[in-house]
Ligand binder design. Structure first.
Ligand code: FES
Length: 110
């Protein structure tokens, strides 16, 4: 079991649990984070944009060119921004902290 912490736009820390191999987007949605993930991981939207803690960013496999291109279109992008749908969780990422961008709109229908 991996522990993931989401930091909301309001600064609230939400602890979540994940399994090896889970997509960060799925874990975020289960934790009720307002990430739409409209394209369901096809890298055709940027609604799964998250900001990774600096220390963790360096531990992630680098973003592909396609991911970088999508990130260019996301609002509020920072140097440690990633698309949550492209991050597969592994034991090495136990304790990961990611921030939900303030610009992200909550359009969830649930
Ligand atoms: Fe669309 Fe991640 S869900 S790019």
């Amino acid at each position: 079991m991996l522990r993931i912490t989401f930091i909301t736009a309001n600064g609230e820390r939400i602890a979540a649990e994940a399994a090896d191999g889970d997509s960060l987007l799925d874990v975020a949605q289960i934790a009720d984070m307002p990430l739409e993930g409209t394209c369901e991981g096809q890298m055709a939207c940027s609604t799964c944009h998250v900001i990774v803690g600096k220390d963790w960013f360096d531990k992630l496999p680098p973003a592909s060119d396609d991911e970088e291109d999508m990130l260019d279109l996301a609002a509020g992008v920072t140097r440690t921004s990633r698309l949550a749908c492209q991050i597969t969780l592994t034991a090495a990422l136990d304790g990961l902290e990611v921030r939900i961008p303030g610009e992200s709109r909550n359009m969830q229908r649930r």
